[in-house]
Design a protein. Structure first.
Ligand code: XIL
Length: 359
């Protein structure tokens, strides 16, 4: 039986550290109790709250402070992807991911590793490689064994395969891995990962499969088949890159529930909420409602174990990036903290939902 990341998250050193300020505060009567951070409220609800982090942003002290105060899980935004870890055949570069791992450990944060197999961020030596099936399986095996071997015991969860399903849900998308290995590349990646680190929780991660869509059905069918045949999988990541007003709580909750009935965990892995043009108070309020609905759908299901946002503060969101022709908006503010690290209505909405649910 694979180890499950049980919803109760009780980390003794963290609790001890958390009690110290209260012990001190008892003597200094004028110091008001600080408002609980998201990570405290998440812990009361037995879930993790996480953020994707780009290692360069750790140099920004304000960013650093908000990240460690508010979140107890960290996802490397890019640093654990194939093209960062093994840019040349057999030559690994762990330096950037190591920085994130060290930060997470120093701040009692779990790490949600992202990702081992994806059709993007593939170095040319793989994407253009003319490998036979056996050679490609060897490349996949060696990458997974090297990475999971190094981070064994430090990275609790891995997105083993990312975005393998076609948007229509009609089958697997065409990728270099599928071309070289065949449709079973997905399950082979899970089998290698389980061999490499039997304690890691292994996730399949994708977008547009949050609610009960055709793509969600295709993902469900795939993971159900894996469970039936004993392919080692522990959970499904719902990316959750939403557009304003796009969160359907009831439908997402139904999807999380049916995955739970298969014995699988679910994590909200990449939440952000975009909109066109400049923000207004009404837009930010609607965004807060989207965040609240999604958190609600998670809390309603005991198999939903984490809620991760794709970034900490709006200033660094990928959605303002220059390489995102399809939904790039330089004015977008999709996250919980604004450009100046101030909490937004969406932050308050999560505080309210988590507080109410814990009570
Ligand atoms: C994105 C990063 O945020 C960008 O910095 C990078 O340029 C491209 O990848 N789904 C995923 C993530 O699974 O890995 C993507 O991250 C966002 C969409």
């Amino acid at each position: 039986m694979l180890r499950k990341l049980s919803r109760p998250l009780l980390c003794i050193p963290f609790i001890a550290a958390a009690l110290i300020p209260f012990a001190l505060a008892a003597n200094a009567q004028s110091t008001p109790d600080p408002a609980p951070a998201l990570r405290d409220l998440a812990e009361q609800n037995h879930i993790h709250i996480g953020a994707a982090v780009y290692s360069d942003h750790l140099l920004d002290p304000q960013f650093n402070q908000v990240l460690s105060r508010e979140f107890n899980m960290l996802t490397p935004e890019n640093e654990a992807k194939f093209c960062w870890l093994q840019p040349n055949e057999g030559k690994f570069d762990f330096s950037k991911f190591d920085q994130l791992v060290a930060f997470a450990q120093a701040n009692n944060m779990e790490i949600h590793g992202h990702n081992l197999v994806w059709h993007q961020c593939l170095p040319d030596w793989v994407a253009q490689g003319k490998f036979t099936r056996d050679q490609a399986l060897q490349v996949l095996h060696d990458h997974i064994f090297t990475v999971l071997g190094r981070y064994r015991g430090r990275v609790a969860i891995w997105d083993v395969v990312n975005e393998a399903m076609s948007d229509s849900g009609s089958g697997l998308r065409d990728t270099p891995w599928r071309d070289m290995i065949g449709d079973d590349y997905v399950e082979m990646a899970f089998r290698f990962a389980h061999e490499a680190d039997p304690d890691a929780l292994l996730f399949y991660n994708d977008y547009s499969g949050e609610a009960m869509t055709g793509k969600a059905n295709a993902i469900y069918d795939m993971v159900q088949d894996f469970v039936k045949r004993g392919v080692p999988i522990n959970g499904v990541g719902l990316q959750s890159h939403f557009t304003l007003g796009g969160v359907n709580e009831a439908s997402i909750s139904q999807n999380i529930k049916r995955l739970g009935a298969l014995g699988l965990q679910v994590q909200i892995t990449e939440m952000d909420d975009r909109f066109d043009g400049a923000p207004t108070p009404a837009i930010l309020q609607e965004q807060a409602n989207d965040y609240a609905q999604l958190m609600q759908a998670c809390l309603e299901n005991s198999n939903c174990t984490a809620f991760i946002t794709w970034g900490v503060s709006d200033n660094y969101t990928w959605l303002r990036g220059t390489n995102l022709g399809f939904f790039k908006n330089p004015l977008v503010e999709p996250l919980l903290f604004d450009d100046h690290y101030q909490p937004k209505p969406a932050y308050q909405a999560l505080v309210d939902v988590l507080t109410k649910h814990a009570g």
